[in-house]
Design a protein around this ligand. Structure first.
Ligand code: HEM
Ligand code: HEM
Length: 193
């Protein structure tokens, strides 16, 4: 498997980062929605620490992914893609990148401004606070954290829908080139590289 991206395929590093970040974000989001309902007792604090630690891990992975994307580039749009569709895909991808950066940052800001006790990343290292305790800032950061999540989910649904449409209706290599070669083959034989 190629680690670097080529003109017609995502390489192993981009594929690994794409799917790891996707799974982590959906898991962390589900935990986030449920944990607010848990009793606020020490018995459940580990759930909060796990949410925050995984969230900061996503932040590091997204920064690594952006760095790798700048270094390794991206495949060209699949042959035959209309310009408006390529433009829509780039705009959606750009918005998703912004949101997956803003999600952990708004959570971290909320945690900081709430004046909560410092937590340790997976129990290993104390995480610094981004701001002093501030009720108004905490409330803004909290609603930002919640609303950006729903916006991200809406974009991801459109994004995944587009990927499936490419695969099953347009029958091109868009989805196949973001997966290991042996998992699925492109419906047409465009991806013969
Ligand atoms: C990819 C990263 C993240 C995602 C997708 C995510 C998602 C969510 C979601 C969906 C909620 C529920 C919102 C609500 O209904 O109140 C939530 C709550 C929360 N998040 Fe995150 N989060 C992420 C990262 C973080 C980080 C890095 C921190 C802190 C360092 C954090 C701190 C919190 C806290 C403290 C709450 C609980 C709010 C409450 O119930 O009081 N999150 N998160
Ligand atoms: C939280 C979930 C997800 C996030 C945050 C996400 C994010 C992204 C981003 C930012 C890109 C653009 C990569 C770049 O240009 O650097 C991308 C590409 C892609 N994503 Fe996702 N994605 C998610 C879920 C999914 C799902 C569920 C599918 C499939 C059903 C999917 C299929 C694809 C494909 C096929 C590409 C490559 C598009 C191309 O080659 O033009 N993604 N994703």
């Amino acid at each position: 498997m190629n680690l670097k991206n080529t003109a017609d395929r995502w390489g192993g590093v981009s594929q690994f980062l794409h799917w790891t970040i996707a799974v982590l974000i959906l898991t962390i989001g589900a935990v986030g929605l449920v944990m607010g309902e848990l009793p606020r007792t020490p018995k459940y604090f580990w759930v909060y620490t796990a949410h925050k630690s995984l969230g900061l891990t996503v932040l590091a992975l997204v920064l690594a992914r952006i760095g790798w994307r700048l270094y390794a580039g991206a495949p060209k749009p699949v042959p035959g893609t209309p310009r408006w569709q390529a433009w829509m895909a780039s705009a959606t991808h750009g918005a998703i990148y912004l949101l997956i950066l803003a999600m952990p940052l708004s959570g971290w800001l909320y945690d900081s401004a709430s004046g909560l006790r410092p937590f340790r990343w997976f129990g290993l290292a104390e995480v610094p606070k981004l701001a002093a305790p501030d009720e108004a800032l905490a409330s803004t950061a909290h609603s930002t954290h919640e609303w950006l999540f729903w916006l991200l989910i809406a974009l991801v649904l459109a994004h995944a829908g587009a990927a499936l449409h490419h695969h099953f209706v347009q029958r091109d290599a868009t989805l196949a080139r973001m997966l290991p070669r042996r998992w699925i083959s492109p419906p047409r034989n465009e991806d013969s590289a």
